[in-house]
Every structure is written in C-alpha cells, then in structure tokens.
Ligand binder design. Structure first.
Ligand code: KIV
Length: 293
C-alpha cells in the first residue's frame, strides 16, 4: 500500500529524519522503493542526468508525465512527487493548477513540487485548494539558473538569508506540506527547519533539515560529468557498468558468450516434428541433429 502524505508531517512531529531520493524510471523506482525510501521525487533534474541537457530548462510536461508514470508503476509504497517543469506553473495560477492536475491524473503521482518562494504562494494555495499536495522549493532554484548566474550557494548575506526564510514561511502559509531547501548554509537550513512547522528537506542545506534529498545518479556514481559537493557517493555504478560491459564485449569476441546456460535446446520428443516440418531437403536429419546438440 502506498504511504500517505501525512506520514511526512509525522516524521517532523516525532523528530525523526527521513530520506527522499530521485528516480526517473521503473527499475530504479522499484529498487529504491524496495530499499524503503518513503519519498521519491521525479525531479526535473532528469533533464540533465537522464536526457543530457545542460540545465533543467528544456524539460517538458510530457517528459515529466512519461517518467513519473514509470516511477509510479515501479514504486508500490513510496510517495511519488512529480516536479513541475519550467513554464508549467509560472504564467498564472490557473495554468499551474491545470498542469498540476494533469500530472496527478496522467501519472498517479501523490504530490507535485514547484520552485519559488513568496511570489509563488498564491499559485501554491490554488493548487492545494484543489486537493493536490504541494512541495515547495527555495534557496537555489535551478529553473532560475540564468537569473542566479549559476548553481551557487544562496542566502549568504543577512538580507538574502531572511528572504529565504520569508519565502519558506510563505509557502507553509499557502498550504505546502513540505519545502526543499537547496544549497544554502547549514546554519540557515537549521534555522528555517526550527522556524517552520512543516518538514524541510535539504539538499546542500546541512543536517539540521528534517529530511534530505539526493539525486539517484549522484549517490550511485552514475552521473560523472559533475559531482556536486553536497552529494556522497554510496556506489560507483558508472565504473561497474563500464567494467561489466567490457567483459561482455570480450566474452562475445572470444566466443564464450553465449554458453550452455544461456542457450536453448529442442525437446528431443519434438525433434521428429521439427525434422518433418522444417527440414525437408537433403541433409535435414543432420541439421536437426545439430539443433538438439
Ligand atoms: O529536480 C530535482 O532533482 C530537484 C532536487 C534536486 C530537489 O529538484
């Protein structure tokens, strides 16, 4: 059975830390779900780690719908949050609601996430009023990378820090059930987490956050173009995949793959039938005999 959004608040109320991880397809969702992660985010980071773009800007509604549907099929227990892509919610609260509704109806996600602070509060309120749980996202908001001038630490001046706190509080007041804090000083992450009653989920925001989120590919060494400072590598799957593929290539080249275990034999009882139906010309018995060997 799928977990409920209320469990996320319960973590904070109990003072229990929790993890969220991104996933973008059926097998990865199934694996992280089986590992017990309570929250999966189908982040628009898929634009970079799955689709090979250099930012999240080109990601479309169709991309998120396609990938979230696969994740929902793979994850039986985790809450699945679909990220709203750039320009799917910025134009007007009405358009945002329409797109949030599409994500819910067409994917089976439990909630949506969108970036932005106080300015997005009316949009968050509108979506929440329609019965759709919303996760906020402040601090470094990658869809605004061109305005921010790069993927830089945010909230480094007192004024900027207060703005991030104000933004997070505005999202809470608008009805968001949780808020992601990205790439801000750890002290600020802790302060915001203490001030808010809803859970904060940090990524590069220190251990004082209520939960943590990481990108699947960063944790598992699958995206080697860039390693963010906030990510810890729990596995080197990129290395493992290259090594395994090289072994496969070599086995094919030297003729040791496929072997007995990977080959199929004809049932001897059926051999006669095969002989009659398929091999009619000269040498048919010999060919059929070879198939059985
Ligand atoms: O798109 C994403 O993966 C995200 C996380 C980094 C929070 O927004």
């Amino acid at each position: 059975m799928r977990r409920s959004i209320r469990e996320v608040q319960a973590y904070k109320d109990r003072g229990e830390k929790f993890a969220m991880i991104t996933a973008y397809d059926y097998p990865s969702a199934k694996l992280v779900d089986e590992a017990g992660v309570p929250l999966i985010l189908v982040g628009d980071s898929l634009g970079m780690v799955v689709l090979g773009y250099d930012s999240t800007i080109p990601v479309t509604m169709e991309d998120i719908i396609h990938h979230t549907s696969a994740v929902v099929r793979g994850a039986k227990s985790a809450i699945v949050v679909a990220d709203m892509p750039f320009m799917s919610y910025q134009v007007s609260p009405e358009e945002a609601l329409r797109n949030a509704g599409r994500l819910m109806k067409e994917t089976g996600a439990t909630a949506v996430k969108l970036e932005g602070g106080a300015v997005m509060a009316p949009t968050v309120a509108k979506i929440v009023q329609a019965g759709i749980p919303v996760m906020g996202h402040v601090g470094l908001t990658p869809q605004s990378v061109n305005q921010l001038g790069g993927y830089k630490l945010q909230g480094t001046t007192p004024r900027a820090a207060v703005q991030i706190l104000t933004d997070a509080a505005a999202l809470q007041d608008a009805g968001a059930f949780a808020v992601v804090l990205e790439t801000i000083p750890a002290r600020l992450g802790k302060l915001i987490s203490q001030r808010l009653t809803i859970p904060t989920i940090g990524i590069g925001a220190g251990r004082g956050c209520d939960g943590q989120v990481q990108v699947f590919h960063d944790l598992l060494g699958l995206y080697e173009d860039f390693k963010p400072r906030h990510a810890r590598r729990y596995a080197e799957l990129g290395v493992a995949i290259r090594e395994a593929t090289a072994r496969y290539i070599e086995d094919v080249r030297e003729g040791s793959f496929p072997g007995e275990a990977e080959s199929f034999r004809v049932d001897p009882a059926k051999l006669k039938e095969v002989e009659t139906l398929v091999y009619r010309g000269a040498g048919s018995s010999q060919a059929a005999q070879q198939m059985a060997e």
